[in-house]
Write a protein that binds this ligand. Sequence first.
Ligand SMILES: Nc1ncnc2c1ncn2[C@@H]1O[C@H](COP(=O)(O)OP(=O)(O)O)[C@@H](O)[C@H]1O
Ligand SMILES: [Mg+2]
Length: 384
Amino acid sequence: MTAPNTSEDRDKVVTKLPPQLRRELKIRAATVGVDIQDAVTQGIESWSSSLKPLGFIDTSGSESFSTYVPRSLLAAFRGDCSELKIPYNQGIAQSIRLWLDTHPLPRHERRATGARRIAMGNQKGGVGKTAMTAGVGQGLAEQGFRVCMVDFDPQGHLTKQLGHQHLPIKGDSLVKHMVGDRQGDLHDLIVEIGGEAFGGRLFLLPACTDGFLLDAKLVTSREVRIKETALEKALAELEKEFDFILVDCPPSLGYSMDNALYYVRTRDGEEQKSSGIVIPVQAEDSSADAYELLREQIDALCDDLDVDICDLGFIVNLYDARKGYVITSSLDAWKAIEDPEVIAIVHELKDQREAVRNKTPLLAYAPDSEQADVMRAIARRIAG
Ligand SMILES: Nc1ncnc2c1ncn2[C@@H]1O[C@H](COP(=O)(O)OP(=O)(O)O)[C@@H](O)[C@H]1O
Ligand SMILES: [Mg+2]
């Protein structure tokens, strides 16, 4: 929420709102690019000019909410509420509902170049690839995109923390599709990730432990001629149904990673920065060493296959400035790279770990947490 333009022309509205409504307002306003105070102002204007009575909103369990609206509008609104014998809180809640109903989530056009593809990659473990894949996927789904998160790490952390199991080793899997051993349709392996705010738009392609054998199978497979293209070919059938495909990469620099990198290259005719790699890192020296190796691999792949892979940015994760100079100076070093730029700094926060422990998506488990808001902001930044 931004401050009022001048203290003269806007008055503070102090009210109570159901948490769900407040959250919906926050997410929708950010998604459609409207300031919260302007959204509430527009809602009150529509409410005041509405001819028919609006539905009653259950305000039990409400929590405090404040914003600023033009003084004269607020005075007239208060008058209307008392004339109609509608409690002020109820009037504000109805106004916000009205604004939400008249500002639906944008419909996203599918692109001719396919789904937008994002790899969360870094061969260093524990830097937050999985946490960021999950958080960004949830943020994008909240913002109206259809998202498929691909658990491309055979350890299956993403799968497990979203409450699912590894696919059975003898059954069908992404890896089997990649190496020419498919047993069925990839669609049948996808599971929906529930959560009211995700609106049936968030899906997961779970991991299977056969992924540990992927690099070896790619080398020996006669079906796969160009080793780096197997992921793209396997996922092609899913693409038309999604706006975004997010790949949670394994902590390695083998063929699996090459496949993920090739998959997120900028395709012919695709706008720059539509797809690419996001690199979660930590503010510490070993992370910088790991990045050098990853950088070499990306550059080598671009040269070898004559492709362009867009660096969408670093996410400096698990940041805690209290840990001293090594941490703060490492952050400065990440920022100094400039290309790619640091797109977010994520603090070490308890909600992430608790959501994982509870096998619940973070944005459903702690929707009002700082961490959830950071994930939404990263999702908006990636969506562009
Ligand atoms: N910002 C954060 N705050 C607190 N815990 C975090 C944060 N980011 C990640 N974690 C936790 O750190 C651990 C490693 O993160 P994870 O996403 O699994 O890393 P990676 O996929 O790179 O191995 C997990 O337990 C995860 O829940
Ligand atoms: Mg992981």
